[in-house]
Design a protein around this ligand. Sequence first.
Ligand SMILES: [Zn+2]
Length: 283
Amino acid sequence: MTFPPFLRHGPEGAALPLVLDSPHSGEHYPEDFDHVPPRAIVRRAEDTHVARLYRAATGVGATLIEATFPRAYIDANRSLVDLDPLLLADDWPDPVTPSRKTEQGIGLVWRIARGGAPLYDRKLSAVEVRRRIDRWYLPYHAALTMEIDALHRAFGVVWHINCHSMPAVGDANADDPGRERADFVLGDRDGTTCASAFTNLVAETVRGMGYTVAVNDPYKGVELVRRHGRPAERRHSLQIEIKRTLYMDEDSLEPTTGYARLERDLARLMAVLAGFVTDRAAS
Ligand SMILES: [Zn+2]
């Protein structure tokens, strides 16, 4: 049996048009991921625990899709053209448009580990990068798209939350190097991927729980909200970044005492969003 590229959870009971996805919390390291730095360093690219933190969402009728594969192996929140030709030993047959993230070594296929050490002591073949796309990336995207489309067909509207976590302080490659981040950073690509009412509701709800919140600063949202957020078609997509130090030790990745509180607060947030989605879907 082959390892599944994603896991689908819930909904328990009647489904709401609310889909969560966690593209970066995968902890299954494929055998051909022959990274040079120690696993403990490579794992710092993960949004460890994020899918687990949101599991209560299924109890209010949401569906949760989580990637099983590691972000540093292939990043489900990057575009397929965001590829570094210098990473490859041979020609890539498709067009590429490397973004600044790829130039920094953290595009579709990461070239460096967090902290800057090269991930490989060799170039990758085009065939193996293609295999990563076909085996892991595309099935993940297909599953999420199918879920969102099915709910949109059934309800005429759908809300998607793209779930992430972030280092507490921006590193040298970040847009905010050395700056302490807010507890939550919401990204709707400057108001283009979801109705502001949804972004504002999430912001107000978590602020009411005592967290600090920033919107589109420093994270605006990347490939997944860009793909799925089309508010004019009643498809709303919001990225939520949570500061890792709220729930884990950034070096060991072990949950801290804050984990339980955050998990409980996310469950409360999901209950609030379920109420909003129920009202809006009926109107
Ligand atoms: Zn992430």
